[in-house]
Design a protein around this ligand. Structure first.
Ligand code: B12
Ligand code: SF4
Ligand code: SF4
Length: 305
């Protein structure tokens, strides 16, 4: 491995990233066809922002032609805690902190350290906040394979990790994609309660609990039973054999906050708007808003009856 590549991997590890991999920036050919098909069949539901940024998503040179490489990074948020309430919140949101700002800060630090290595180096980082196919690049750089639940999985760490990406204007020693280890398993598809995973590697957001409880600000259709989920949904990851791993994050930012974790439906319903604003002021749940939060709780109450 060349000196720059190995130094970058060391820096990423120092900031707590469990995996780092490199790939060459290229226009996405095969993936663009899949994305086009997904959009044509309206599997993106009301996420029209994906449509609008299609050209950018498939071509990273939109961010600058000088960026010849992608550095993909994985940040583990899995903890030893289990869902203990009938009212379920995705494990990535069990803490009142914002994963976005926590990981952005780390990526910013990584970029500063990398740029110190050579005055010519230029970087640009993303974490779930840019028209960039995070999973595709993570897959290309060997972070993991894309499972039938459409999520990137690592054989050792499972899939409860976020993906960050950094563009850099230097050639690196590129990693190879890893083998897809789903094999004949279809546990995620069989467990998805709404049929959102309508085929191997295909997700229909119109039917996905995570979409409706996180993104949808309108009425949730009657055919989507939230199955107790108030924010997000982890079912297709919980059943995955690769998530039986005992390797957990030591970052306390992702450990459950007692104001959120394990609460009953009525305890969550009784959170006033003022309290909601203060508990969730830095959380991804804040972006959902109080009205949609109450909608999710109330719908679960009705469906439980
Ligand atoms: C839109 C979006 C969503 C949407 C749509 C999900 C989806 N699968 O696309 C909704 C709101 C439903 C969602 C939910 C969740 N999300 Co989300 N989401 C995104 C976002 C912003 C874009 C994803 C995207 O491009 N979708 C477009 C479709 C076309 O992509 P795709 O489903 O992966 O499609 C590919 C496959 O179908 C494949 N394919 C098609 N046919 C075939 C055939 C074969 C044989 C093969 C091998 C492949 C293949 O090709 C397609 C193109 O690459 C990314 C961040 C980013 N900027 O990339 C985060 C991201 C994917 N989300 C993430 C997370 C954590 C979640 C949730 C777990 C949150 C939660 N707990 O509720 C759930 C998981 C639900 C699920 N099963 O995917 C993480 C995933 C991390 C990881 N380890 O992979 C990401 C990467 C954010 C991040 N940077 O960490 N999300
Ligand atoms: S997040 Fe839930 S609803 Fe969406 S595909 Fe996975 S199991 Fe199905
Ligand atoms: S549950 Fe099975 S099919 Fe689904 S992602 Fe995990 S290994 Fe692949």
């Amino acid at each position: 491995m060349n000196n720059l590549s190995s130094k970058i991997k060391e820096i990423c590890k120092c900031f707590g990233f469990i995996k780092t991999g490199f790939s060459e920036t290229k226009v996405l050919i095969e993936e663009s066809a899949f994305l086009k098909e997904w959009l044509a069949f309206k599997k993106n539901a009301d996420m029209n922002w994906i449509n609008k940024s299609y050209e950018k998503r498939i071509n990273p040179s939109f961010f600058g032609k000088e960026f010849v490489s992608v550095i993909s990074l994985a940040y583990l948020y899995n903890t030893p805690y289990k869902q203990i309430s009938e009212t379920k919140i995705s494990r990535y949101a069990w803490n009142a902190g914002d994963y976005h700002s926590i990981i952005s800060k780390k990526l910013n630090n990584v970029c500063c350290e990398i740029e110190k290595l050579d005055a010519e180096i230029k970087t640009l980082y993303f974490i779930d906040d840019a028209p960039f196919m995070d999973k595709v690049w993570a897959k290309k750089s060997g972070i993991g394979w894309q499972g039938k639940n459409t999520i990137v999985i690592n054989k050792k760490f499972g899939s409860f990790f976020f993906i960050g990406n950094i563009l850099i204007n230097k050639k690196l020693d590129y990693d190879k994609p890893v083998e897809n280890l789903c094999g004949k398993c279809r546990k995620c598809i069989e467990a998805c309660p709404t049929g959102a995973l309508y085929d191997d590697y295909k997700l229909d957001a119109n039917l996905c609990i995570a979409y409706h409880t996180i993104e949808n600000q309108k009425i949730i259709p009657r055919n989507v039973n939230l199955n107790g989920w108030i924010f997000g949904c982890d079912i297709c990851q919980e059943v995955c054999p690769y998530n039986k791993t005992e390797i957990f994050t030591d970052d306390e930012n992702f450990f459950p906050d007692e104001r959120i974790y394990g609460k009953s439906i009525s305890e969550l319903e009784n959170i006033t708007e003022k309290k909601f604003d203060s508990i969730f002021k830095n959380s991804p749940i804040k972006r959902l808003g109080y009205k949609a939060w109450l909608r999710n709780i109330k719908l679960n109450k009705i469906l439980k009856k």
